[in-house]
Design a binder for this molecule. Structure first.
Ligand SMILES: [Zn+2]
Ligand SMILES: [Zn+2]
Ligand SMILES: [Zn+2]
Length: 316
C-alpha cells in the first residue's frame, strides 16, 4: 500500500474516533470475528487493513494509549479463539475421563464412589439406594490408565484448524483496549495531514522543508508547516486541522500571507470555507477529508509546475 494511502486511512480512523466521542476503544469479542474494534473497523475495511494495525499506529503516534483488556487462550497454529475445551489425564494424557463423586451414605456411613451420570446408585455397604448422601469429594478417573485425580489438565481443540493442544502449547493472548488521548488528537491529525501534503509535494518533484523558518518582507521570521521548492520557486504551505479553533488558526495563518515573499497556501477544513470566502482570500484550499486534501493540493502544485501562475495571493 502506498504510504499516502496509509496516512489517509490513519487520518480517517482518527476522525472517526474523534467523532465517536469515546474515551476508550474496547474490543467486541465474538467467536465468528474474534476481537474487533467497531470504531476502526469501517475505515480498516475500506482500505483493506486490519483494525488493530490502524489502532497500533495511532497509539505509536500518541493518539491512543494501549492497555491490557483481557487474556484468552488461542490456537498456537492459527491464532483462532474458537476452541473446544477438553480435559486430559495428567498421568497418561488420555481424554477418556469420567467424573466420579465420593459420597458417604447418610444412614449407614458407607463410603461410595459414584459415577456422576449413574442412575439410582446403591450403597456398596448396605445395598440401599443412595438417596441421602454427603458429598466428600469429586474426582476424575482415567478410563485408559485407571488413575484418579482431582485436577485434570486443560486442553483444547481448535474449531478452525483442528489442531489439538494443551495448556503448555497454548498461545495465551492478551487482547488490548485503547484509551483515547483526547488532548493529543488535534496535533496528531495535523501531523497526518502535513505528512500527506509532504507526500503529494514529494511525488510532484518538490524539495521539502518542514517547520521552515521564513524571513518575511518585514524582516521578521515566520514559521510555516512546509516550504516546497522546485526550480528556484518556493511555495509555503500551512495546514489547519479540523478543530473548534480551526477558523482562528486559519486567520492566524492568513495573517502571514502578506509578509511572505512567495506563494502561500493554507490547507483548511471545509468548516471554515464560508468564513474565509467573506474575506475574499484565494489562497485557502479547503478539504472535507484527507483524500480531498491530497487531490486539491496536487491540482494546485500541478498548476505551478505547468507554469500556469494563478495570481499569487501573496502579491498585494
Ligand atoms: Zn490416564
Ligand atoms: Zn448404606
Ligand atoms: Zn487453529
Amino acid at each position: 500500500m502506498p504510504r499516502i494511502e496509509r496516512l489517509e486511512a490513519l487520518y480517517e480512523a482518527l476522525a472517526a474516533i474523534q467523532r465517536s466521542g469515546r474515551e476508550e476503544l474496547a474490543p467486541s469479542l465474538s467467536l465468528s470475528a474474534g476481537a474487533v474494534y467497531p470504531e476502526a473497523l469501517k475505515v480498516a475495511a475500506k482500505y483493506g487493513l486490519r483494525d488493530t494495525d490502524l489502532l497500533e499506529e495511532l497509539a505509536e503516534l500518541g493518539a491512543l494509549e494501549k492497555l491490557p483488556h483481557e487474556s484468552l487462550v488461542a490456537c498456537p497454529k492459527c491464532g483462532s479463539i474458537r476452541l473446544l475445551s477438553k480435559l486430559r489425564c495428567p498421568n497418561c494424557g488420555s481424554e477418556n475421563l469420567k467424573k466420579v463423586s465420593i459420597v458417604a451414605h447418610t444412614t449407614c456411613g458407607g463410603i461410595n464412589t459414584v459415577d456422576e451420570d449413574a442412575r439410582n446408585p446403591r450403597c456398596s455397604k448396605c445395598g440401599k439406594p443412595l438417596t441421602e448422601v454427603t458429598v466428600i469429594g469429586r474426582l476424575y478417573q482415567c478410563l485408559s490408565c485407571g488413575a484418579r485425580f482431582e485436577t485434570p489438565l486443560p486442553a483444547y481443540k481448535c474449531a478452525d484448524c483442528g489442531h489439538a493442544f494443551d495448556y503448555r502449547e497454548a498461545r495465551y493472548a492478551t487482547v488490548y483496549k485503547y484509551r483515547v488521548k483526547r488532548e493529543n488528537l488535534e496535533s496528531v491529525a495535523k501531523k497526518l495531514l502535513t505528512e500527506i501534503a509532504r507526500e503529494v509535494a514529494a511525488a510532484e518533484g518538490f524539495k521539502i522543508e518542514a517547520a521552515a523558518q521564513v524571513r518575511g518582507a518585514s524582516g521578521f521570521q515566520h514559521t510555516v508547516d512546509l516550504t516546497l521548492t522546485r526550480g528556484g520557486e518556493a511555495i509555503h504551505v500551512d495546514v489547519v486541522a479540523e478543530t473548534p479553533r480551526a477558523m482562528s488558526e486559519t486567520l492566524a495563518s492568513l495573517a502571514k500571507t502578506p509578509d511572505l515573499q512567495s506563494k502561500h497556501i493554507v490547507l483548511a477544513p471545509k468548516s471554515v470555507e464560508s468564513g474565509v470566502q467573506r474575506l475574499g482570500r484565494g489562497n485557502v484550499v479547503t478539504y472535507s477529508d484527507a483524500r480531498e486534501l491530497e487531490e486539491k493540493l496536487r491540482q494546485v502544485l500541478r498548476g505551478e509546475k505547468a507554469g500556469k501562475r494563478p495570481a499569487s495571493a501573496s502579491s498585494p
